[in-house]
Design a protein. Structure first.
Length: 344
């Protein structure tokens, strides 16, 4: 933009100078014509009087010719000399201005060349920057891909670690049982012996032999959660750790004897496992209510087991399901052999 404006200004200056030069030469040629030309007849010269008619015509003509000659010689000696000096001064001024204009043009040319060089350098830098940007984009893309791979691996590792931690927690609880419906003392200042309460409960309901001693049966026992306020509140459950795993299995196997009593017993698991078991039980209830061939259900750790009865033969059989196998519509519970298209 700067170079185009400079060239335009220089062009206008040059045009004005050329017009001025043309004017000077025009003035010079007019002065030369004036010095060489003769005035027309009837024009006054020195005295400005009119020529008379009659007898003084010849004398007047002679005097007029003489005056004309004197004026012409005087003008030819002074006017061209002044015109030439003026023209020479104008030419010198014009040449000086032309030299200055040439220097300005030369300086502008140098500036334009410098600007072109700088623009070339900038273009080269832009090209290098584009190359660097492309390289960085590629590096960023590679890093993103690596990050996604690492994230996937980390997610898989975290899931595996979570499953292992849940499994370890469940294994640490494998000797525990939780008892429900055991009344607790209303006086919070008096402490109760939960081990003795559970031992007597098992003896009274014949889940253990009558001569069983609490110190040989239980390692420790206590209530779960804070004490609840109010007279009609349910008693807090008691969690017990059995001294031997086989004793715990024997009590769990005979837990059907609690039927018809306010007491109950359940295995102790981690929260994750409890949530899975709760979901499986809800799905099993839905399947049992929808299909008559589903007789009963049972949850073994994290696996649901359904008991079926064939409507045609009356035979019973079992099928197991994981949480991933269970669907919300209940079609998962229908065995393939009960589907008409498969039997045909």
């Amino acid at each position: 933009c700067f170079s185009r404006c400079s060239v335009s200004c220089l062009w206008r200056m040059l045009s004005n100078t050329l017009n001025f030069t043309t004017l000077l030469y025009t003035i010079k040629f007019e002065f030369q014509d004036m010095s060489s030309a003769t005035p027309p007849k009837g024009i006054k010269h020195a005295n400005g009087e009119k020529q008379a008619n009659g007898e003084n015509v010849d004398n007047a003509r002679k005097k007029g010719k003489k005056g004309k000659k004197d004026v012409t010689e005087s003008d030819s000696s002074t006017v061209p000399s002044n015109a030439n000096d003026l023209i020479r001064q104008l030419e010198l001024s014009f040449n000086a201005k032309l030299d200055a204009l040439s220097k300005v043009i030369e300086a502008k040319d140098k500036t334009i060349a410098t600007l072109n060089q700088e623009v070339g350098s900038l273009k080269a830098e832009v090209v290098e920057l584009k190359k660097g940007f492309n390289f960085m984009s590629k590096e960023t893309s590679d890093l993103k891909n690596e990050f996604h791979e690492v994230s996937k691996n980390n997610e898989a590792n975290l899931a595996e670690l979570h499953n292992k931690s849940v499994d370890l927690e469940d294994r640490s609880r494998r000797s525990n049982l939780v008892f429900f419906g055991v009344n607790e003392l209303s006086d919070k200042n008096n402490t109760e012996d939960c081990e003795e309460l559970i031992t007597q409960l098992l003896i009274q309901n014949k889940l253990v032999p009558p001569n069983t001693v609490s110190s040989n049966l239980l390692d420790r026992a206590h209530r779960l959660g804070p004490r609840k306020q109010g007279a009609n509140q349910r008693p807090r459950p008691i969690i017990c750790k059995f001294t031997f795993f086989k004793a715990k299995e024997a009590v769990l196997k005979n837990s059907f004897k609690f039927k018809g009593t306010p007491f109950g017993v359940a295995e102790d698991f981690s929260k994750t496992t409890l949530d899975i078991r709760r979901e499986l039980i809800n799905k099993a209830k839905i399947a049992k209510s929808q299909f008559d061939f589903v007789l009963s259900y049972k949850v073994n750790y994290r696996r649901l087991v359904l008991k079926y009865q064939d409507p045609e033969t009356g035979n019973t059989f079992f099928r197991g399901f994981n949480l991933s196998d269970v669907q919300s519509d209940g079609a998962w519970a229908v065995p393939k052999k009960f589907i008409p298209s498969n039997r045909e």
